[in-house]
Design a binder for this molecule. Structure first.
Ligand code: FE2
Length: 372
């Protein structure tokens, strides 16, 4: 991990450290259109850059990854430099697999199917939320099947993450807030996961403290470099925490409304978090007291059995201050679509780590309705 203002401009050093010579930048059209960031990185790479693949869309799909990898092979790329948010980084992870292994991305769905290190991958995040620069997971959409596929493998953890607050400076307030809430969900879900463990707990709790303090500042003033930097660190820490502990119900439900109705991942998480906290409350009293404490709430008079509701209310208050939408109906999800989403969410890989076993899609439907 490299941290600091303008450190992204030293990306060539990282390429050389990895003993690579042909870096292939992965980015998205919006970033190229609205900022000079990909161009700056290209310039910083100089002769080490063989080209830019800029066709990544929000919720990147399998066909995009296959297409990008094909181009990378043609250019003889030996290293991927992802410059963007979660969708770009996950596309970069998929391309890193295909540049090494060949074939189509569909052949590598699932967990721990790879047997060797993949193509070297440097990540420069332009959002602070996904934590994908440090995780072993890529989520790629299967547009035909209408669902998100999960690729989980320790061989796809990027080699280098450059956390440069200058790279998130231009992110608009709403995206800053939504991506920041993704990180909040990673941290809270790592804490209540069935696979939680003390090291991830400590990392997640500190991520929550940082998000509580610095997300409102970064939303208020995007040029606040301290807030931007601390949010990059918070998102990174939350990513480390959930890499060990996994995420749960919130993400399972967010993946499915994201795939079906194109709701932004962070936004979906942010809206679904309070309803999921209320659902999990009776299994997580002590954990949610710890979260409340990290959020700066005096927990002396709060009983464990009321902690879930108090925390859900606190999250609602926090996201209202960030001017984020509060209900699924506000972000284009039709009520009649909830039933199908609940059936898809039941088979999402994240749901198995939820602290309460969810075995029936009607339970999920009730949570969706509460958030609708
Ligand atoms: Fe997430």
């Amino acid at each position: 991990m490299v941290f600091g203002e303008n450190t992204a401009l030293d990306v060539a050093i990282e390429v050389e450290n990895l003993k690579c010579k042909k870096a292939f930048i992965v980015s998205d059209r919006d970033l190229i259109k609205s900022t000079d960031i990909p161009e700056k990185i290209k310039k910083a790479l100089g002769n080490l850059c063989v080209g830019i693949f800029s066709d990544v869309e929000p919720d990147s799909g399998i066909h995009i990854v296959n297409q990008g990898a094909k181009l990378g092979v043609e250019l003889g790329a030996d290293c991927i430099v992802s410059v963007g948010g979660g969708s770009v980084i996950d596309t970069g992870k998929g391309m890193a697999i295909l540049l090494k292994e060949g074939g189509r991305l569909q052949d590598y769905v699932g967990f721990q199917v790879l047997t060797r290190p993949q193509t070297p991958h440097i990540v420069i995040p332009t959002t602070a939320g996904t934590g994908s620069e440090v995780t072993y997971v890529a989520v790629i959409k299967d547009h035909e099947g209408g669902k998100k596929l999960i690729f989980g493998d320790y061989n796809i953890v990027p080699n280098v993450a450059i956390l440069d607050p200058k790279m998130t400076e231009g992110l608009p307030p709403r995206l800053t807030a939504a991506t920041g809430m993704d990180a909040m969900c990673h941290a809270i879900e790592a804490l209540h996961s069935l696979q939680r463990e003390p090291i991830a707990d400590g990392i997640a709790l500190h991520a929550i403290r940082l998000i509580k303090e610095f997300l409102p500042k970064a939303v208020d003033n995007g040029k606040d470099m301290k807030a931007r930097g601390q949010m990059l660190i918070a998102a990174n820490m939350a990513g480390i925490a959930f890499s060990n502990a996994q995420v749960g119900l919130v993400h399972a439900l967010a993946h499915s409304v994201g795939a079906k109705f194109k709701v932004h991942h962070g936004l979906a998480n942010s809206i679904l978090l309070p309803a999921c906290l209320r659902y999990n409350a009776d299994a997580c009293g002590e954990i949610y007291l710890n979260v409340l404490s990290a959020l700066g709430v005096n927990i002396e008079r709060i009983q464990p059995d009321e902690a879930g509701d108090v925390l859900a209310d606190k999250i609602v208050e926090f996201t209202k201050k960030l001017s984020l939408p509060q209900k699924l109906r506000d972000v284009g999800v039709p009520e009649k679509g909830l039933k199908e989403c609940s059936e898809i969410a039941l088979s999402d890989g994240a749901i198995i780590y939820n602290p309460k076993f969810v075995t029936d899609s009607t339970e999920i439907l009730r949570i969706y309705q509460l958030a609708w």
